[in-house]
Design a protein around this ligand. Structure first.
Ligand code: S3P
Length: 413
């Protein structure tokens, strides 16, 4: 029996942000291993350090000693990272400190009222002016919140704030989104949070985190998984990868399209499910309809899914794409305009994308809009297309996956 190529990836980006933030407000010494090595997570580290957290980083591990945050002396630069800006807004509002948060030109265009409104409702003195979030020292009162924005960042921002309110907060979610914040709090401090169906109860309390090992990042793996599904003869095993049910929409969708992807060696680590993902090439895939919940369960993987769809049989329809227009770039525009210029028949009608698959595409000039996931998705497309591709910005890949090209080389050898 042939053995697969084995790959390990640095930690999940979403979980890395949360681990750093929660460890910064938790008692005692905390150690985090296998942090995500992207620039977004460094933005979170820099902002927390400016708020007085003592974070000693050594490679992809760090020790944090903190417990109490203090007023930063300068505005906090969140760079390109929506997760940093939105989650920190909640964390800082709860810490009874004052701060100003801002980001780069992409982050400055993204909606912030979605976190400002609920944080105000639980008592935060917070406003959004000239692309900056301004937080004044606040006493949070907790209360009832309905989150009907399909966003884990909004939910997490409210939870982080509510941990330090004067009373309980009850948060009801209309949509199911990634649940890492509540899982992490529940694992380390079960009395601080209660989870039932779509309702989360946050009871103010001090946390004690100690150790967290971050599972490998499925969103990073998705680009390499797509390559393996498209490249005859591939057989790759990604070890120690996050397999949280709210994140594996991409794997489930590819399997429904006929891919051969199995999850082995499943375990629970620090409250999250991890496993080894084995991908074997299984012929050309067949497009299917992708519904709104599946999109939520792979919201960051839609650019690379669109590339797979454009090279598979039949037509893929992807519903509920409105949130994709609010990411690091308008991803519907980035996907549709670039795929169209590669010769693909792609349409956007009523918040639905329809992509007609074909045997190959034509390489051309690709505009990434400085969006890391658009850049990686189209770089993968270039291997299955004729002529030569020129991508206008590959630097942006360092936002989430600085070793993308090295890992790709490893599986292509
Ligand atoms: C994230 C949630 C998602 C995702 C983003 C990371 C998180 O954003 O697209 O890359 O870590 O909570 P939304 O909350 O805006 O859906």
């Amino acid at each position: 029996m042939n053995s697969p190529k084995i790959l390990r990836l640095s930690g999940d980006k979403s979980i890395s942000h949360r681990a750093l933030m929660l460890a910064s407000i938790s008692y005692g010494d905390n150690r985090i291993t296998n942090l995500c090595n992207g620039a977004d997570v460094q933005s979170t580290i820099d902002c927390l350090t400016a708020c007085g957290a003592s974070i000693n980083k050594n490679g992809n591990s760090c020790n944090i000693t903190s417990g109490i945050l203090s007023n930063p002396t300068t505005p906090l630069n969140c760079g390109n990272s929506g997760t940093t800006m939105r989650l920190l807004a909640g964390l800082i509002a709860g810490q009874k400190i004052s701060a100003v948060l801002y980001g780069d030109s992409s982050l400055s265009k993204r909606p912030m009222d979605r976190v400002i409104k609920p944080l105000k409702k639980i008592g935060a003195d917070i406003k959004y002016i000239d692309n900056k979030i301004i937080i004044n020292k606040s006493e949070l009162i907790g209360g009832e919140i309905l989150n009907s924005t399909s966003s884990a960042q909004v939910k997490s921002s409210i939870i982080l704030a509510a941990l330090n309110a004067n009373a309980t907060t009850n948060l009801t979610e209309t949509y199911q989104t990634r649940d890492h914040t509540e899982k992490m709090i529940s694992y380390h401090s079960s009395k601080s949070i209660m989870l039932e169906d779509n309702r989360i109860t946050i009871k103010p309390s001090k946390l004690h985190i100690e150790n967290i090992e971050i599972p490998g990042d499925l969103s990073k793996a998705s680009f390499l998984i797509a390559y393996a599904c498209l490249k005859p003869g591939s057989d790759i095993l990604f070890e120690n990868i996050l397999i949280n049910p709210r994140r594996i929409g991409f794997i489930n969708t590819l399997n429904k399209m006929g891919a051969r992807i199995s999850i082995e060696n499943k375990k629970s680590k620090y409250g999250e499910k991890v496993g080894s993902i084995r991908v074997k090439y299984n012929g050309r895939l067949k497009n299917i309809r992708v519904d709104e919940q599946a999109v939520r369960d792979m919201i960051d993987e839609i650019p690379i899914l669109s590339i797979v769809a454009a090279l598979s049989k039949g037509v893929m329809t992807i519903s509920g794409i409105s949130e994709l227009k609010l990411k690091e770039s308008n991803r519907v525009l980035g996907i549709a305009s670039n795929l169209r210029s590669m010769g693909c028949d792609i349409k956007e009608v009523n918040e639905e994308l329809s992509i007609k698959g074909q045997s190959y595409l034509y390489n051309t000039n690709i505009k990434t809009y400085s969006d890391h996931r658009i850049a990686m998705a189209f770089h993968i497309a270039s291997f299955f297309s004729k002529h030569t591709m020129i991508i206008d910005d590959l630097e942006c890949i360092k936002i989430s996956f600085p070793d993308f090209f090295n890992k790709l080389d490893e599986i292509m050898l």
